[in-house]
Design a protein around this ligand. Structure first.
Ligand code: SF4
Ligand code: SF4
Ligand code: SF4
Length: 268
């Protein structure tokens, strides 16, 4: 636990200094925190926010916990991330971009990076390289999954750090939460869903809105990919469509690469 001294219900707590930082991202995960009206005051009582470009003008390099959003795509981002790491006692990857590369890593799947640059930015000079998650560059202590993260989960993580409690994420898949919410299964409607293999914790956000899961929280523990593929194929969902989902956020890279290799062996 970080510097104790205060207590909450008899439990020693700290009031850690917290910084929020962004790299290549849409800043939606930080926005989740700023939009946190109902519990924002409680959250602010628990921490001292000393650096948060999206929400305040002041900034300090003296912080205990760094919440880092976004993926790394440029050399100057590497230097900045390493500097943040050197100052923080705890570095938390905030959201799918930071944990897996997120939607940004789709760029890595194009073999012709100059063509991608030209198509997206025209003739403008843009320095951009292969997309990397934070843990490719520095040691990451904790990951908070999701695109975007759930603000309740961020608060829980901060509270647990403050009171020195272990942080545990669900190991089971989104289907468990979806069933508990009594949603109609999208497979029964002939639609694709990665719920059977994706880490729970979002409360089955997408299936609750009648949209299949795209796997933004990455794989659940020991996911049964073969069974998921079989379930999809039995409903007429093609391997290309399965790959579209698996590749979207970067958490399933290992599995999508294997599936793509298998497909190219079958159809060289
Ligand atoms: S994880 Fe999603 S919401 Fe968060 S910064 Fe990346 S793209 Fe935006
Ligand atoms: S809709 Fe998706 S998450 Fe929900 S039960 Fe069906 S497969 Fe699982
Ligand atoms: S249902 Fe899937 S894609 Fe939607 S928020 Fe949850 S994990 Fe992410």
């Amino acid at each position: 636990m970080l510097n104790s001294g205060r207590t909450y219900l008899g439990v020693p707590v700290s009031r850690p200094k917290v910084g929020f930082f962004d790299f290549s991202s849409c800043e939606g995960c930080q926005l989740q925190m700023v939009n946190n009206e109902s519990t924002l005051l409680d959250f602010l009582a628990l921490v001292q926010i000393v650096n948060f470009r999206e929400a305040m003008t002041g900034e300090s390099d003296d912080y205990d916990i760094a919440f880092v959003e976004g993926s790394i795509t440029r050399p100057d981002e590497v230097d900045r991330l390493q500097a943040i790491r050197s100052r923080a006692k705890v570095l938390v990857a905030l959201g799918s971009c930071a944990c897996f590369g997120g939607v940004n890593q789709l760029k890595n799947r194009f073999r012709d990076l100059p063509w991608v640059k030209e198509t997206v930015y025209g003739g403008a000079a843009v320095e951009t390289d292969v997309v990397r998650p934070l843990h490719d560059v520095v040691t990451v202590d904790l990951m908070i999954y999701g695109c975007p993260v759930r603000k309740e989960e961020v608060e829980k993580v901060v509270t647990n750090i403050a009171i020195g409690k272990e942080i545990a994420y669900p190991k089971y898949p989104v289907c468990m939460e979806c069933k508990a919410n009594e949603n109609i299964c999208l497979f029964d409607l002939g639609e694709a869903c990665l719920g059977p293999v994706t880490r729970a914790g979002c409360g089955a956000w997408c299936p609750g809105s009648r949209a299949g899961c795209w796997g933004c929280r990455g794989p659940a523990d020991d996911p049964n990919m073969e069974q998921m593929k079989r379930l999809m194929q039995e409903r007429g969902i093609s391997e290309e469509m399965i790959l579209d989902r698996l590749e979207c956020f970067g958490g399933f890279c290992e599995f999508s690469d294997a599936l793509r290799a298998e497909m190219s062996k079958e159809n060289p």
